[in-house]
Design a protein around this ligand. Structure first.
Ligand SMILES: Cc1cc2nc3c(=O)[nH]c(=O)nc-3n(C[C@H](O)[C@H](O)[C@H](O)COP(=O)(O)OP(=O)(O)OC[C@H]3O[C@@H](n4cnc5c(N)ncnc54)[C@H](O)[C@@H]3O)c2cc1C
Ligand code: FES
Ligand code: FES
Length: 502
């Protein structure tokens, strides 16, 4: 079966590739060598390209992704734009011109990746950005320093430009420039595309639909099934197959550890795994929605998740990573489990025998082990309502952004404001045991008590003793325990500062 990908507006045949060939290797084999391999594990963004993905209005969004983690076969029927497709030296794209003018490129290794991440941000928010002749539109900016709340640099009303969010570049590393010129370039861009900008116009038409794909060769196969039933049937008959969604975990396994599955089954575009339903009783999140999609659709309505998302990897990773994948790997340092434990989430698991629902608190059974049976997939993550009135997600890592947790603590505490007592408390922990856990002893030490310094100090010392933290290269056991303890004190200070609850 032919595998065809539209690259920079031109159909390219990818039929000869192996199932594990990455999009990056395939694009480079076409001579499109702008995208580079810096790390092959999603850390540096040198491989970033733009992928046409569906937006919420039936149009297309240009989404920046790490080509090093995506199998090329997953692009069958899709549209990709590389740095070469943005512009040429004679006719540079505005983001390329901005980088060149600001001195944002020295050795140039990172530059095509930065250009693609910048272009994704340039084309973001079709609905609120028009096109202009570029005569007098000025950029407005949103800096990481102001928390993304919009420090305007120049008039922008005339063209309804949205701010350029510097977080869009947080998955791109540069070893030469010191970032200042890159930042200047980003903040200097007029974010209103000019009339006739082909990529801006492309956004008004639907993104390519998922295409059923079958590829065999070089010892492995890749299948994109059309339905969940088809995927489940395949997993049932081929227990060694791997289901892949965003491939941000599996891609690292394949690239750095050389792991190969006899069959990879792409589940990221299955409609049954991409639902989003919300009512007074709760919210159902499709397991294959990307974190970026979930964040946008929730639009802050679950503050605990709104606090989690910006601390989870980088936009490049979040544009592909899914909650299903984060729960599927069952890593003890995954960031979603503590938050979802605090939210008392339930999982809908699907298999050829039907569906069952399990409490997330009962899901993890051991180090990277769960109650999920072979061939079973997480279809939906179910979050009950109402959610607690005081929530927080504290991630302790070596870097503020784009790092793996040493410890993660998620709080969902309901304060009875009239009585000043704790009505209920749910605390999810990551990084302090073989699995993500609930801090049950701490919860018991809080519930029914007054939300005072004394209660919180006592409960914090209980929290410091939760789990069985260990020493490893990220942190010592003692540090992890200390961070747990401080976390509750920090939450209490915040609630005192901002009012109870905030
Ligand atoms: C640079 C980088 C930074 C990262 N930073 C973080 C971070 O800050 N916090 C964090 O928690 N993680 C982080 N990760 C890990 C990873 O991004 C997440 O675990 C992500 O949620 C995985 O989702 P995915 O869709 O890409 O999973 P995939 O790689 O597609 O799949 C991972 C596993 O889950 C299984 N799976 C996928 N979907 C389902 C499903 N619906 N049902 C059952 N099983 C399923 C797959 O079979 C596979 O075993 C990072 C990864 C990288 C490369
Ligand atoms: S090569 Fe570093 S993120 Fe892809
Ligand atoms: S310009 Fe050299 S790595 Fe960025």
């Amino acid at each position: 079966m032919d595998i065809v990908v539209t690259v920079n507006g031109r159909p390219r045949d990818a039929s000869g590739i192996a199932a594990h060939t990455t999009a990056l290797d395939w694009l480079r084999s076409l001579g499109l060598t702008g995208a580079k391999e810096g790390c092959a594990e999603g850390e540096c963004g040198a491989c970033a390209v733009l992928l046409a993905t569906p937006d919420s209005d039936g149009g297309t969004e240009w989404t920046a992704v790490n080509a090093c983690l995506m199998p090329a076969a997953a692009l069958d029927g899709q549209e990709v734009v590389t740095a070469e497709g943005l512009g040429t030296p004679e006719h540079m794209h505005p983001v390329q011109a901005a980088l060149a003018e600001a001195g944002g490129s020295q050795c140039g290794y990172c530059t095509p990746g930065f250009a693609c991440s910048m272009a994704a941000e340039f084309y973001r928010a079709r609905a609120s950005r028009g096109t202009s002749d570029g005569a007098d539109a000025a950029a407005s900016v949103r800096t990481s320093a102001d928390g993304g709340n919009g420090a305007a640099a120049g008039a922008s009303d005339a063209h309804t430009t949205e701010p350029f969010d510097l977080h869009a570049l947080s998955g791109n590393l540069c070893r030469c420039t010191g970032y200042r010129p890159i930042r200047d370039a980003a903040l200097g861009i007029d974010t209103t595309p000019a009339v006739g900008d082909a990529l801006a116009e492309r956004r008004t038409r639907p993104a390519p639909a998922a295409r059923a794909t079958r590829l065999a060769g070089d010892g492995g196969r890749f299948v994109r099934p059309e339905t969940l039933d088809e995927a489940l049937a395949l997993l049932h008959v081929e227990p060694d197959a791997i289901a892949i969604a965003g491939c941000t975990d599996w891609g690292v396994e394949a690239n750095l550890r050389g792991r190969r599955a006899p069959l990879a089954i792409a589940i990221d575009r299955l409609d049954e795994l991409r639902g989003f339903d919300e009512d007074d009783a709760g919210i159902d999140l499709g397991a294959a929605l990307t974190l970026t999609e979930v964040e946008r659709r929730l639009a802050g309505r679950v503050p605990l998740l709104a606090a989690l998302f910006p601390q989870f990897a980088s936009p490049l990773i979040r544009n592909r990573a899914t909650l299903g994948g984060n729960l599927g790997t069952a890593s003890p340092i995954g960031d979603a489990p503590p938050a979802l434990l605090a939210l008392e989430a339930r999982l809908v698991l699907a298999s050829p025998d039907g569906e069952r629902e399990v409490d997330l608190a009962d899901y993890f059974t051991g180090y990277r082990e769960t109650v999920r049976r072979p061939g079973e997939l997480i279809r939906t993550i179910r979050i009950p309502r109402p959610t607690a009135n005081l929530t927080a997600f504290h991630k302790v890592a070596k870097r503020r952004y784009d790092d793996i947790s040493s410890v993660a603590v998620a709080f969902a505490i309901d304060l009875d404001e009239e009585r000043g007592t704790v009505a209920s408390a749910r605390i999810g922990l990551g990084g302090v045991a073989a699995t993500p856990i609930r801090a049950r002893a701490t919860e018991a030490a809080l519930v029914g008590r007054e939300w005072t310094d004394e209660t919180v100090r006592e409960a914090a010392s209980v929290l410091g003793g939760e789990g069985t933290p260990m020493d490893d290269h990220r942190a010592s056991a003692a540090y992890r325990s200390a961070m747990l303890e401080r976390s509750l004190l920090r939450l209490h200070r915040r609630s005192a500062r901002e009012g109870v609850p905030a």
